[in-house]
Design a protein around this ligand. Structure first.
Ligand code: NAP
Length: 448
């Protein structure tokens, strides 16, 4: 039997495990995760009101319940910790790193670190009950918010900012975040892009959803749309971008209904400074940009301030280096050839990557399927060589010897039960546990 460790239990890790056991009957897979809970960004990134995407957890669950797959939560691979990259490599015939892109990108402008200016990831982690999230009182005193970026994460946070309690209460959001959002006074959200509507990165389905939120107007300035050279005739654009332009065109023609909340989609504005008001965010200064004729933009020297008490930077994720693994700082990925980790340009035996750490933070969840398949094909081509290595009989014994007590599947099931119980006590459905203590206490509670 070939023993493979998959590090990370998000979609790329689960699809990797699935491909391994489906393609080779002689493979045993351990899926390791730093957290006691599986599913990565499906649990901690997909917005709580996107129940349909969340339901993908059902498919990932089937993978982790396969009889040749084992979930081992609470196991962190890190330099200086009990489980380093080198130590893990000694425990398994092969290791596939599916660790995603764990941090957010920065703007590098003055005022970015003022209280009230946060990354979208910090906000998402908070309402998704990530145990490392910090409650920054994101919404306290906020009437107007600015979201910088025109990707799907920006759409998610803009939508969540205007959602009311009736829509959020049926989700699995933690109770504290639900209460804060229910009491929020946010009435205006500006989503701001530095380029034009035909270059926005969101998908049309996600964009369109903004237009059907209760008691919320979506405002688009026709003059900004018209600045885009592709706006007048979008027929040459790739279909997804053309559809975005068509939706925006329709909204620009609407008469606002005087709804209680507004989402304004602003184009051709690049942030140059987060404005300080009494030691907190008071607004954002933007420079008006104009198309440069090559898909980019140039500054026009004209500035425009938007008042806001909350700024969410939603300008993409970045991979972080894992000590002991090579890393390309420019792309934020691990150098690889079809998933084989490259050390000094040569494939490193038994080391692989899949998902965002392999190809960068792009694509939707389904993009991880072909990505995982390619990596698994490479790994299985190497099987004969990999199988020559001596590895411990059971890696869990080796983990315990290193002082690590994994949360196994039964532990995760206990967390699920605790979350269902908490929801029942609160008169809601499942409600996520939001801190390490509650998660680990629940995981150690055996079935009554
Ligand atoms: P993204 O799609 O890469 O969008 C990043 C946005 O930030 C772009 O509009 C980009 O503009 C802008 N940006 C970058 N640097 C900037 C700067 N210095 N100043 C101003 N704007 C800047 O990233 P994302 O929204 O974080 O999404 C990551 C991935 O997750 C995407 O593949 C996304 O589709 C996926 N996702 C999917 C869903 C879903 O399917 N429902 C939900 C969430 C996330 P430029 O284009 O000008 O660079």
């Amino acid at each position: 039997m070939l023993r493979v460790a998959v590090v990370g239990s998000g979609p790329s890790g689960c699809y990797t495990a699935q491909n391994l056991v489906q393609q080779d009957p002689d493979v045993l897979v351990d899926v390791l995760d730093r957290l006691p809970c599986p599913y990565g960004l499906v649990r901690y990134g997909v917005a709580p009101d996107h129940e349909k995407i969340k339901s993908l957890q059902g498919n990932l669950r089937t993978v982790l319940e396969h009889d040749r797959v084992r979930f081992l939560g609470g196991v962190e691979v890190a330099g200086g910790g009990p489980l380093t990259v080198d130590r893990l490599r000694d425990m398994y015939h092969a290791v596939v790193y599916c660790v995603g892109a764990a941090t957010d990108r920065h703007l590098g402008i003055p005022g970015e670190d003022l209280p009230g200016s946060w990354s979208a990831t910090e906000f998402v982690s908070w309402y998704s009950a990530h145990p490392d999230a910090v409650d920054e009182k994101f919404l306290r005193g906020v009437g107007s918010a600015v979201v910088i970026g025109m990707g799907n994460v920006a759409v998610d946070v803009a939508r969540m900012l205007v959602r009311g309690p009736a829509e959020l209460s049926p989700t699995d959001m933690p109770q504290e975040a639900l209460s804060a959002m229910a009491q929020s006074g946010v009435s205006e959200v500006h989503m701001v892009g530095r380029r034009g509507p035909s270059q926005a990165r969101f998908t049309t389905k996600e964009l369109r959803e903004l237009g059907s939120l209760p008691d919320t107007d979506v405002i688009v300035d026709p003059a900004e749309l018209a600045m885009d050279p592709a706006y007048a005739d979008p027929s040459a654009l790739p279909a997804p971008r053309r559809r975005n332009v068509e939706v925006l065109r329709e909204w620009a023609a609407r008469t606002p209904s005087d709804a209680e909340r507004r989402i304004l989609l602003d184009f051709y504005l690049r942030p140059v400074e987060i404005l300080d008001e009494g030691g907190r965010v008071g607004g954002v200064r933007f420079e008006r940009t104009a198309p440069d004729g090559h898909g980019g933009v140039t500054g026009t020297g004209e500035f425009h301030d938007v008042e806001a008490q909350l700024v969410l930077r939603s300008v993409g994720y970045r991979g972080v280096p894992l000590e002991g693994l090579p890393f390309d700082a420019a792309s934020g990925t691990v150098p690889n050839a079809a998933g084989r980790v490259l050390r000094d340009g040569a494939a490193s035996p038994g080391e692989y990557v899949a998902g965002w750490i392999k190809r960068g933070p792009t694509g939707v969840i389904g993009s991880n399927r072909p990505c995982a398949k390619e990596t698994v094909t490479s790994l299985l081509e190497d099987t004969r060589e990999l199988a020559r290595k001596d590895v411990p009989e059971d890696p869990v014994t080796a983990l315990r010897a290193a002082g690590i007590e994994p949360v196994e599947w039964t532990g995760w099931q206990a967390i699920e039960r605790a979350e269902a119980d908490l929801g029942a006590r609160l008169g809601r459905g499942v409600v996520k546990l939001a801190d390490w203590d509650s998660l680990l206490t629940a995981a150690r509670t055996t079935k009554p």
